[in-house]
Structure formats: structure tokens, C-alpha cells
Design a protein around this ligand. Structure first.
Ligand SMILES: *Cc1c(COP(=O)(O)O)cnc(C)c1O
Length: 380
């Protein structure tokens, strides 16, 4: 078989928008880093996962779901989970949409809404999929920069939104900075967004931020508005279910959910995942404990890094955005040798930054010691 010919033929089949996309960067592979480090132990701080694990009720729910057998398709509408979410948030279940992770819903929104050439406005630095999924559809993406202090640039948002976007992706808190928008800043975006546009408020880290003063609950802010919006949340982060892939959206109206239903693969959330999410949602004490421990660690580790002279952005999420003052790629490689995985940031202007999710206190101490050691050594 001549693979070179097949390669040339398949390359010519790929849509231009797709060929030009960057690959998603999941961070370094833990097995490779384990081999590199020699110790075999890896501290994975690259994906904003929950180091404390999911509620113990989850393992039991998954065990029961598997015991029922896996030969039947799951409930295509995830009725029980949608109802549990609706009840918890006081929203009718018909306005709840489920996804194979909330990333799946980002993708569905783009497929349902965007024509080639449409404008999407989002923020920089930001979450790569807020740019990738629109580009798959041939949309143009304008990224609004933060201020020099990682704050909200009201003027820049007004200018970008005046361009007439079809879709606005706003993450609150922001990934990778962990910075939150205030109620007033959210209000500013709302006022400047054309009423015809769909506002997507991505609250992947909302559970963490809600424990901090000054964080506006997006659902409460948008609830009464007579315009299209959707709030996205996920079980991957604070609930610790990243491995089973469940996210959800609360939409302004059932018609938006029905549009997403038409584009999504019909069984996008599998049965064990639905059961896991129902169990996780019911364990309020576990969530509260995760959020409490995370906030303590974020503040403690942030303070220790700042005390050693590093610039660390104030975070209301479960990760820190850290200026290492040197090429972040190099710092990440040095950390790999110690068995630590972080994300070296690649967006223009932030190439000296790493994003590090927090782990347990012991692992965080190892991280602080290694990072400050690397930065001190190179300073000499
Ligand atoms: C992690 C993350 C998500 C979604 O993750 P899923 O695992 O797909 O639910 C969405 N948005 C942002 C900004 C994230 O960081």
C-alpha cells in the first residue's frame, strides 16, 4: 500500500478551515513524564482536575449502572439528570441540555448557530475551544484582550461587540487567569451585546468562584432577560467527574435546547455518566468540602509563590496563572524532570506563563519547591 498517495488524497479532502486548526493541547503525557522523572510518580497539574476525587456516592452509582448491563442505549434526553439539575437550579428541565462534557455543548452551539463568515467574540488569554469550534464552522473569532493587570477592558469589549457578533463566549471565571468578572462588568457585556446575538456564559469553575465575594451567579443575572443566552456548567471540575464527561447548559428558552438536540449525536451522555452526575449533584457536603479545600490551597500556594518574587494572577478558580519570567516551555520541561506537569501557555504575549492546577497540599508543596528552585537557579 502506498501511504504517500493516500496521504495526499486525504489531505486534499480536508476542509480549509479544519486543515488550519491548531491541535488541542492536553498537556504532557503522564506516562512519558513518569519515564522522564525516574521516580515514576507524577503530579499532574495540567488539566484543572479535582485532586480530592469525586463523591464516594459516584463510584457506587457507576457500579450499579454497570451491574444493570451495558447492552442498552442510554436515555437520549438524560431525563432524570436534566430534572435533577432543573430542580436544583429552579429551571424547567426542558431548558436544560446535557453534553459529553460542556465542551460538547460549545461545539453544538457553534454547529447550530454559526454560518461561515459570522463573527464570534471571546477573550484573550482564553480557553482554546472557544476559538477552535467557531473556526471549524468558518466563523471569524475576535479575542478581546485583558488589561495589563488581567482585568476587564470595558472599552475593548464595547468595540468588539459593536462588530455585530452572532455568538459571544464569556468564561467567568476566566481560564487561564482565574479572574472573575463582577456583576457590573457582566452587565457591561450584556448591554453591549446585540440582542440578536447568543451570549454563552461558560461557568466551568463557577462552583469555586461562588465561595468568593463579588462573584455574580450568571444564571441569576440572566434568568429574567428576554434575549438568547445559555449558561454552561460542568461536572468535570469541582465535582471531580472529568473522566466520565458530563456537562450541562441552562438555556434562555426550550427552542434553543431543541436546536442543540437536533445537531447532537443522540446518545451523547452515556448511562454510567448520567448516573454518576445524579449522584455527584446530590452530595452537597462533598462539593462544599472540595471548594473549601481548593480555596485554602489557592490562597496558600499563591502567597508562597508571590513571596518568592513570582507574579501570580489572583485566582477564584482551582488553578494559578504564573509568570515565570522566562520561556514557559523551558520551565515546563524542567518540571517534567521532577515529575510535575503544568501547561506552558502559548498565546501571544503570555509565553512566559504557566497555568498550574492545584493538587493536594503535599503535592502543591513539591510544586512550589521545584518551581521556585528552577526560577532561582536561572536567575543566578
Ligand atoms: C474545563 C473547561 C470546560 C469544560 O470541560 P468539560 O470537561 O468538557 O465539561 C469548559 N470551559 C472551560 C473554560 C474549561 O476550562
Amino acid at each position: 500500500m502506498n501511504h504517500a498517495l493516500a496521504h495526499a488524497a486525504s489531505a486534499s479532502l480536508i476542509r480549509r478551515e479544519v486543515a488550519g486548526l491548531p491541535r488541542y493541547d492536553p498537556g504532557a503525557d503522564p506516562d512519558e513524564v513518569a519515564a522522564l522523572s525516574g521516580s515514576g510518580r507524577v503530579i499532574k497539574l495540567s488539566n484543572n482536575e479535582n485532586p480530592f476525587g469525586a463523591s464516594p456516592r459516584v463510584a457506587e452509582a457507576v457500579r450499579l449502572a454497570l451491574a444493570e448491563g451495558v447492552s442498552r442505549y442510554p436515555d437520549p434526553t438524560g431525563r432524570r439528570l436534566a430534572q435533577a439539575i432543573g430542580t436544583a437550579l429552579d429551571v424547567p428541565a426542558e431548558r436544560v441540555v446535557l453534553g459529553n462534557g460542556s465542551e460538547n455543548i460549545l461545539e453544538l452551539l457553534c454547529q447550530a448557530v454559526l454560518d461561515a463568515g459570522d463573527l464570534v467574540v471571546t477573550q484573550a488569554p482564553g480557553f482554546s475551544l472557544h476559538e477552535t469550534f467557531p473556526r471549524v464552522m468558518g466563523a471569524r473569532v475576535e479575542k478581546v484582550p485583558v488589561t495589563a493587570e488581567f482585568g476587564f477592558d470595558a472599552q475593548a469589549w464595547s468595540t468588539a461587540l459593536a462588530g455585530g457578533p452572532k455568538l459571544v463566549f464569556l468564561a467567568n471565571p476566566c481560564n487561564p487567569t482565574g479572574v472573575v468578572l463582577s456583576a457590573g462588568q457582566l452587565e457591561h457585556v450584556l448591554a453591549a451585546t446585540p440582542e440578536s446575538a447568543l451570549l454563552v456564559l461558560d461557568e466551568a469553575y463557577g462552583e469555586f468562584a461562588r465561595s468568593r465575594p463579588g462573584y455574580p451567579d450568571g444564571l441569576e443575572a440572566l434568568r429574567g432577560l428576554d434575549r438568547p443566552w445559555i449558561v454552561l456548567r460542568t461536572f468535570s471540575k469541582a465535582y471531580g467527574l472529568a473522566g466520565v464527561r458530563v456537562g450541562y447548559g441552562i438555556a434562555s428558552d426550550p427552542a434553543l435546547v431543541q436546536a442543540l438536540d437536533r445537531v447532537r449525536t443522540p446518545y451523547n451522555v452515556n448511562h454510567p455518566a448520567q448516573q454518576a452526575a445524579i449522584a455527584a449533584l446530590g452530595d452537597h457536603a462533598h462539593l462544599a468540602e472540595t471548594v473549601r479545600r481548593t480555596a485554602l490551597e489557592i490562597d496558600r500556594v499563591g502567597d508562597r509563590l508571590r513571596a518568592s518574587g513570582l507574579r501570580v494572577v489572583p485566582s477564584s478558580a482551582n488553578f494559578l496563572f504564573i509568570d515565570t519570567g522566562r520561556p514557559a516551555d523551558r520551565v515546563a520541561r524542567e518540571l517534567h524532570r521532577a515529575g510535575i506537569i503544568v501547561k506552558a501557555w502559548r498565546e501571544p504575549g503570555y509565553e512566559t506563563y504557566i497555568r498550574a492546577s492545584l493538587s493536594t497540599p503535599g503535592d502543591n508543596d513539591v510544586f512550589v519547591r521545584c518551581l521556585t528552585g528552577i526560577c532561582a537557579k536561572e536567575n543566578r
